[in-house]
Design a protein around this ligand. Sequence first.
Ligand SMILES: [Zn+2]
Length: 211
Amino acid sequence: MPTSKLISGYRRFRKRYKEDQQLFERLAEEGQNPKVMWIGCSDSRVVPELITGADPGEIFIVRNIANLVPPATSPACATGAGVEYAVLHLGVSHIVICGHTGCGGIAALDADLDATAQPSIVAWLDLARPAKASVLAAGVPEADRALETIKTNVLLQLENLRSYPCVVEGERRGTLTLHAWLYDLKAGWIFSYHFESRRWKPASHYTPLAE
Ligand SMILES: [Zn+2]
């Protein structure tokens, strides 16, 4: 039963808690001070701490379907509130938007979704539709369209990030750096977008996250 597995995992965590008790107590007493915000997909296969080796307290995470960032004017937006909290209150110096291969949210852009049955999904995915339109307009061959849409979507959401005054100000001051990443589910690679060459390169061969 799935929940039994969670409970046995919890038992293992209690063991780790005792081993790392000082870390957990320090985090509880001093509060969190992450340097990185991660905006990723809710997909259960893309686990930020697992693929980055991050410890508790190291990354501030917002996950949603297709790693989208609604523009700053969107009302009552959890992702937007997360961005402002991370930048203005936690003082993160990096924001990573991480898309991934095989993203079901992006694949759903090709599906005929019933807006009456699932209005929230349809409205949410509208934020990614310009990525698909851009890939179609660029004449990308059909075989490459899905992956190109996933990549283009990450860059589109990164531009949406720049609709937030705190992000604009952080970049202007040089205290905030934005990163576009892509996680390859099958191979376990992270690729990072190199803005100067406009190419995706293996992250470990490219600028790693600095402190
Ligand atoms: Zn996804």
